[in-house]
Ligand binder design. Sequence first.
Ligand SMILES: Cc1ncc(C[n+]2csc(CCOP(=O)(O)OP(=O)(O)O)c2C)c(N)n1
Ligand SMILES: [Mg+2]
Length: 599
Amino acid sequence: MQLTGGEIVAEHLVANNVPYVMGIPGHGCLALADAFHRYDKKIEVIMPKQEMCGVHMADAYYRVTGQPLACFTSIGPGAINTAIGIATCYVDSTAALVLTGDAHTHMRGKGLLQEIERAQDSMFSRIIEPIVKRAWRVDTVGQLPSVMNRAFNIMTSGRPGPVLVSLPMDVQAASTDVDAIQPSKRAAGGVLIADPAELKRAASLLLGAKRPVILAGGGIHTAGAYKELKQLAECTGAAVVTTMQGKGCFPEDHPLYGWHTGSKGTTVGLKLTSSADVLLAVGCRFADETASSYKHGVSFNIPPTKLIHIDIDPTEIGKNYPAEVGIVGHAKRALADLNKYVKGKGPKDYTRTNFFKDIEKFRAAWLRHVSKLQNKKLSPMGMSAALAEIREATARDAYIVTSSGNAQAQMLQEFPFPVPGTCLTTGGFSAMGWTLPASLGAKLAAPRRQVVGIIGDGDFMMTMQELHTAMQYGINAVTVVLDNQGWIAIKDLQQAAFGEDRGMAVDFTNRKGDLIKPDFKAIAEGFGCYSEAVSERGELAPALDRCLKAGRPALLHVNVYRHFPDSGSPAMGWWDVPVPTYLKERRAEYEKGRKQEKL
Ligand SMILES: Cc1ncc(C[n+]2csc(CCOP(=O)(O)OP(=O)(O)O)c2C)c(N)n1
Ligand SMILES: [Mg+2]
């Protein structure tokens, strides 16, 4: 059949079950957008108000469903606007297909509107190359079917990631004769199976351990290995501790859950991961946040702790810590196979081991600490109290979405997810501006589930225009803005690291020093959303309940306490934050800590 470039793209999207494309058209993608119009019974075009947000929506949709979406942009600024969205997918290992308009092949280098051509003729794809699994600039329409097949295979297989297809305007509009599009005949099926000999070595190490701990990373979510993880923990009596990206991959009301480790970790997580005799890390890369900047003995003690590291990407194994057993494999399949080797050979009743008594003790101490923070009498309410009320008001299986800031840090420390897979957070890239568009992507993916974005005022103001998109498509996610009039996570870090209230470029004040307090309720209402504003303990949960029942996009504006140290909660681990040499005492302390890093 004879199809244009735009139609070839659309045919591939339909054949690969893509229900939505997110995008903003411009002269650089008119023919592509027109083709989507011809397929409007099969693909719905969603219009984000900034291209990055379209990618964030696709990212969250993939996290919830495992189904990648596509995003499209014009040439130049529209295309470059996708960069943070793409980088978030890349660092957090999620799939999205980004289609950008490009200069006509016969116009390259002339300096046409929005072309960047001084160093090279229209090579936009080079800007994005470091943050995609694969990029293509398509030169002829005949190449498109092969590029589209490879794009789908690459983004979803192995360690998932975003891909870029840059489409010159003439390629979108030209046509060619193409064969029937049959993705199933091109798909890279199956998963990577781990070497049984290595799995047996891992099983014997785990079974011989007195203090086994599983460090569960984002790979558990990607692989959907929730059941296998739980089975392995219960069979071996291992505690399960999560990384940022792994948060929420284990039922967090389970007695073997050891919470979060790392610099913003918990005392329970840190004690467990640093005192393990055998640590099984699955689908994680030992990023500095998880590893407390590699300061020996804080998050980890490897060696003497013996590490078993399972990852789909061989480059992660041995990268930051030496592994006793390094296994390349798909988390779900590898854990299922490992379970066969340990089945019936672990403790008869894990709740009767000495190690379990320790887990219980550490957990109880942490939960007491959290409860103290939640019950502190602060006005306006503290962030811990706000998080507790949000948990109280939401369903057990609600999707809770967070990105950078105190809300994310405290979510990691204080907020339990009883249902695996319901925590959506940008764990690796931690980009502000993610929560609101990601909430919309999650709600599109799971329309019958509650979706609540918990978001700082700074984070909200990076992408707040997406309330418009929520209204346009009736995407009834709820946004809870925890407003402390500033970038308080950074203010707190300045104070914790440098030892005094520096308030350097973090408070939302005018030049006289008065706080600027936007009326977020009025702003949300201006977009047509349902909205309420609260400040005091006890007010949040009922207001959130009304927001969840509003039957339209809703925003809850919550004033939260902003003064250190009650503005946030303390970092329990270590983080390498270089201190200026002129702060002599703090610098000396910092240098002492840094000497203990094992890099
Ligand atoms: C795009 C982006 N810019 C800057 C940062 C650095 N950063 C991390 S947290 C933070 C402050 C977040 O402020 P807000 O959303 O208001 O949350 P708060 O910490 O005040 O609760 C900043 C600026 C980031 N993570 N992402
Ligand atoms: Mg703030």
